[in-house]
Design a protein around this ligand. Structure first.
Ligand code: HEC
Length: 154
């Protein structure tokens, strides 16, 4: 009885471990690499636009619905970000530093910090609390900058 319980418990753990071992994702081919590069540029551009809209429009208007909507998109992007940087997707004409792949754990924790800050922003908007929103938005911006400093060519 107990044994069976532990076996069942063990399966998801093993699957989780083996999936984690595969990161960063092995790039399949040039097409997949190009697609990943294009997608991440688009999503970074979109998050730049989000930050502008948050600071210039939604924060002054105290538009909590709009703040929450932007934050939700940022959280999703933060979660997907490590997969947008498969091995071999470094190139001369992008701004991704090689350190992303030599220190993928560090890169993932920078993405995680961005995720946590974006989640805080989402929660602050749900509470209709402007001072919490301001603080959380500051942390989101700081998480963008912290990652760029280490992993983006400027
Ligand atoms: C975990 C790391 C990380 C985080 C967090 C991060 N970025 Fe970036 N960002 C990068 C990297 C790496 C590049 C270069 C990507 C490339 O050239 O392939 C980049 C590129 C960009 C670009 C240029 C896109 C282009 O090519 O036109 C913009 C704009 C940008 N980021 C904005 C942001 C904003 C705004 C945030 C926060 C809301 C943010 N980033 C959070 C790592 C990060």
């Amino acid at each position: 009885m107990f044994k069976r319980f532990f076996i069942l418990l063990g399966i998801p753990v093993l699957v989780g471990v083996s999936l984690a071992g595969l990161e960063p994702l092995m790039a399949q081919n040039d097409e997949a690499i190009k697609a990943a590069q294009e997608e991440r540029k688009q999503r970074f551009k979109a998050s730049g636009a989000s930050m502008k809209a948050l600071y210039r429009e939604h924060l002054p208007a105290e538009d909590y619905q709009a703040i929450k909507a932007e934050a939700t998109v940022l959280v999703k992007w933060a979660k997907d970000m490590p997969e947008a940087f498969p091995f071999g997707s470094d190139s001369d004409n992008d701004e991704a530093k090689p350190e992303i792949w030599t220190d993928f754990e560090g890169f993932k924790s920078a993405a995680k910090a961005f995720e946590t800050a974006s989640l805080d922003l989402q929660k602050a908007a749900e509470q209709n609390d402007i001072s919490l929103v301001k603080t959380a938005l500051g942390s989101v911006g700081a998480s963008c900058k912290a990652c760029h400093k280490k992993y983006r060519e400027k």
